[in-house]
Write a new protein. Sequence first.
Length: 399
Amino acid sequence: MPVYNWKAKSVKGELHNGELTAANPQEVIGYLRRKRLIPMSVNQKPKEISLSLGGRVKTRDIVLFSRQFATMINSSLPLVQCLSILGQQTENPKFRETINSIRTDVEGGNTLADSMAKFPKLFNNLYVSMIGAGEAGGILDKIMLRLSEYLEKNDAIVRKIKGAMIYPAVVFTAAIGCVSILLIFVIPIFAKMFDELGQELPLPTRIVVNLSDFLIGYWWLVIGVVVAFIVGLKRFRKTDKGEVMFDAFLLKVPVLGDLIRKSSVARFTRTLGTLISSGVSILSGLEVTARTAGNRIVHDAVMNSRTSIAGGETITKPLKEAEVFPPMVIQMINVGEQTGGLDNMLIKIADFYEEEVDTAVEALTAALEPIMIVFLGVVVGGMVVSMYLPIFDLITQMH
C-alpha cells in the first residue's frame, strides 16, 4: 500500500505531521479524525528515485536545474510554476518524475525543503539545509543563486580532478592489456622455440616464461585473487579504521596528496561559507560540511571544530590540530571569526584554493605523463628484451 504524508492541527491549533500507510487518502483522513485532529493536507509520498543504469541523474542535471530554478525564482515566478516549467523541459525522464513529485508535494502544502528531502540521493543535506534557510528567511531567490554558483564551482573542481585521472587510467589499462596478450599468446611461441633449441635460458627469460605458464594454467586463480583483493579493500575502506587509514594515506601521496588537500580545503571553505551566508547556524553548517567533506580526516577535523564551538571555544584550534589545513587557512579563519566576517573570509579562501586546485591538477598531469610512459616502456620493453636475450646469446656463440 502507498505511504501518505499528512499535516493536521489539533483543536488547540497545534500543528502535527507524519506518515501513514493506507489504501487511500480517505482512510488517512478517517484516522486523523479519530485522533481528534483536523486534516490540513494529505499527499502520497513519492517513491524515492532509483539511480540505476538507464535512469541515472547526473550531477550536471542537478547543476542545470539549480541554475534555471534560481533564474526563474529571481524573476518572481511562483514556486509551483517554476517547478512545472522545469519538469516539462527536463530531458531526463527520472529527474522529470522527481521534479513533478516535488511540485505535487508543494501544491499540497509541503515546503520545498521537505519535498526535496525525500530524494536524498539527488538533494543532499547541504542542498536541503540551504533551501530550508531560504524559505524560512524569505530569501529563496538569493539562496538559489548562491546554491547554483556553489554547485557549478564544486562540479568544476570534480570534473578537473576526474579529467586528470583519465590519462593514467587509460595508460595503466593499456599496460595490463599488452602484458596479458604477450604472456598468453606471444611468450608461449618463444618458449616452445627455446625448448626445441635446448639452450639454457637467462634468468629474466626464465622468469617471464614461468610467469606465462602460471597465467595460462592458473588464470582463474589470478582473477579470483584480484577480485578478492578489490572486494576486501572496498569492505575494509568502509570500516572506521579503514576509512581513516585510507584517507590519511591519500593525503601523504606525493603530488596527489597535495591535490586532495587543496580540493578538500576549497570544498570545506566554499560549503561552510555558503551555508553561513545563507543564514544556516554555524553548528548546523559544520555538521553539513563534515558530511560533504569527501575525506575522513577532514570530516573528523570539522566535527571536532563543531564540538569545540558548542563548548564555547574557537573553530581554529581543532582545525590546527588535525594538521590538514595550511597555516594560512587557519589564520584567515581565525581573523574572520574574530571580526565577525567568517562567511566572507571562507569564500575568499575558497576562491584562492580553487585556483590552487587548477595548478595542482596541471602539476599532477605533468608528473604522471612521463611516469606512465616510462612504466609502460619498462614493463612491455622489459618483456620483449627478455625474450630476445637467448637469441642474442645464440648469435654470440655462433660467432
